[in-house]
Design a protein around this ligand. Structure first.
Ligand code: NAD
Length: 514
């Protein structure tokens, strides 16, 4: 158990050394890792050179060539063992997530639980990965579809879910027969090192895992670009800002690699006249302020019917004024720190822009919790005259813009009237309103919820969004298909050669149809 009274750097070091990570990988390196909790230096992590990165990708490719021949249920056993390691080290890894990202202990543990859940899901999947048998139009022919391992899967992850995103991709990729090369956020290399160590433990229990099957590349954007450009990597799953996704997507398109893009959101909830306002209030508070507004699915726009706006917004302002902001490790505060100064500056800039177009801002001021090196803020609720200015952008901070509507058509148009398309929700008890929102003419997002906020997805469903969110899907449902290549097989078990669509090509002039 980690001694939580020790300085944060010592706690991080204790956890990493206990997992067998060599001291020189976290000291004296060029990558300064700072805890958002108090601004203290946690570690100086080693990074990979360009040459080393390419060598490791090569080793991952070699590992894939072996791994693809192992039966899928046996591959599932490796993921089962990974899940066991995660269960065994849940407290330590959850703590490290809290130290490195500033999440509350409950959210840090929740992130590890999400990894465990997707491992369980992938183990079941390893006995499925079904193909199809399709009716053939030709006599004595069979048409089938099967799925094969695709190759090395590159994973580029964002700071805010530093380990769960890797597992959403990697657990599926391993059972699908792929190798994985991971470029974590440069803000969160320590949790990545810990996860790689847990993978290596699982691999050693399994025995005979090809070296390089799971490979870590610690470094910045330049290292990410090496992964994106490498022709030995047929699939790249990139999670982060839309700016990053645009660059990565264009580079992948140039070499016809498959992108799985999981980018920024600008998520809205519609509150109708039939909504249960008590439930709505609680859901909005978690959706907009949980994880200090630093989830891709954070609630950023509240679209409220004019008849309930007064009652809801006055209560919400009360919650915003009193919600506890503080150190997530030493208090029960519900709102922890922003990741860094750039996040705080971005928030202040967005609030100024909102004021400039007539927004009325409640909250949003900096709160001194642990001195000048850390950035805590009171979440901001902004009453807007319309969907203008910063409202159409994603600011990765706890800002909730409130808009008003008269008709449901108008509300849905506002909800869909932004470039992003990740998550959405409606608060209503009227079935017509709910079904209209879920219909083809309703929400245009990858996720549409009812009577809950847009965040906090379960792993069983496919996760991702449309438009500038990138179109990728990962995690549950049939998202596994993106980690395999599809092959169609036509098999002739007869003695003639009928051609599809009745085409004739008789080289012998006889009665054969080909
Ligand atoms: P970011 O875009 O700054 O960085 C994400 C990752 O991309 C990092 O590992 C970074 O090194 C890498 N990167 C940046 N530019 C690159 C390039 N040109 N080539 C290759 N790699 C590159 O994002 P962030 O600040 O870490 O995370 C916050 C953003 O991530 C928000 O926009 C949030 O909505 C989004 N996000 C989306 C999802 C989702 O599933 N849709 C999940 C989590 C976070």
């Amino acid at each position: 158990m980690t001694d939580t009274t020790r300085p944060l750097a010592a706690q991080a070091r204790d956890i990493l050394l206990s997992l067998g990570i060599a001291a020189d990988r976290i000291a004296g390196g060029p990558l300064r890792v700072v805890s958002p909790v108090d601004g203290s230096l946690l570690a100086e992590a080693a990074t990979v050179s360009a040459g080393e990165a390419r060598e490791r990708i090569g080793r991952a490719h070699d590992a894939f060539l072996e791994w693809r021949s192992i039966p899928a249920p046996r591959r599932g056993e490796l993921v089962r063992l990974l899940g066991e390691e995660l269960r065994r080290h849940k407290d330590a890894l959850g703590r490290l997530v809290s130290l490195e990202v500033g999440k509350s202990p409950s959210e840090g543990l929740g992130e590890v639980q999400e990894m465990i859940d997707i491992c369980d899901f992938a183990v079941g999947l390893s006995r499925q990965l079904y193909g199809l048998v399709i009716q053939s139009e030709r006599a004595e022919h069979k048409l089938t579809e099967q799925w094969h391992p695709v190759g090395v899967v590159g994973v580029i992850s964002a700071f805010n879910f530093p380990v769960a995103v890797w597992c959403w991709n990697a657990a599926l990729a391993f059972v699908c027969g792929d190798a994985v090369v991971w470029k974590p956020s440069e803000k969160t290399p320590l949790t990545a090192l810990a996860v790689q160590a847990l993978f290596e433990r699982a691999a050693s229990t399994f025995g005979g895992v090809p070296a390089g099957l799971s490979t870590l590349l610690v470094g910045g954007r330049d290292v990410g670009e090496i992964l994106v450009d490498d022709p030995r990597v047929p699939v790249v799953s990139a999670t982060g800002s839309t700016r990053m996704g645009r660059e990565v997507g264009e580079r992948l398109a140039r070499r016809f690699a498959r992108p799985i893009l999981e980018l920024g959101g600008n998520n809205a909830s519609i509150v109708t006249p039939s909504a249960d306002l008590d439930l709505t209030l609680r859901a909005v508070a978690f959706g907009a302020m949980g994880t200090a507004g630093q989830r891709c699915t954070t609630l950023r726009r509240l679209i409220v019917h004019e008849s309930v706006r007064g009652a809801l917004v006055s209560r919400l302002i009360g919650v915003y004024e009193t919600i506890s902001v503080g150190d997530p490790l030493t208090s029960d505060a519900l709102v922890g720190p922003l990741i860094d100064e750039a996040a705080f500056t971005g928030m202040a800039r967005a609030l100024d822009a909102a004021r400039a177009v007539g927004g009325k801002v409640h909250g949003g001021e900096r709160v001194n919790v642990n001195g000048p090196g850390s950035f805590y803020v009171r979440p901001a609720l902004v009453e807007m005259p319309g969907q203008v200015g910063p409202v159409i952008e994603e600011t990765f901070a706890p800002i909730l813009y409130v808009l008003t509507y008269r008709t449901l058509d108008e509300a849905i148009a506002l909800q869909n009237g932004v470039p992003q398309g990740l998550s959405s929700s409606i608060f209503a008890t009227d079935i017509r309103e709910i079904e209209r929102f879920l219909s083809a003419r309703g929400s245009d997002c990858g996720i549409a919820n009812v009577n809950m906020g847009p965040s906090g997805a379960e792993i069983g469903g496919a996760f991702g969004g449309e438009k500038e969110t990138g179109g990728g899907r990962e995690s549950g449902s049939d998202a596994w298909k993106a980690y395999m290549r599809r092959q169609t097989n036509a098999i002739n078990y007869g003695r003639t050669l009928p051609l599809a669509q009745g085409v004739k090509f008789n080289v012998d002039g006889g009665s054969a149809q080909a």
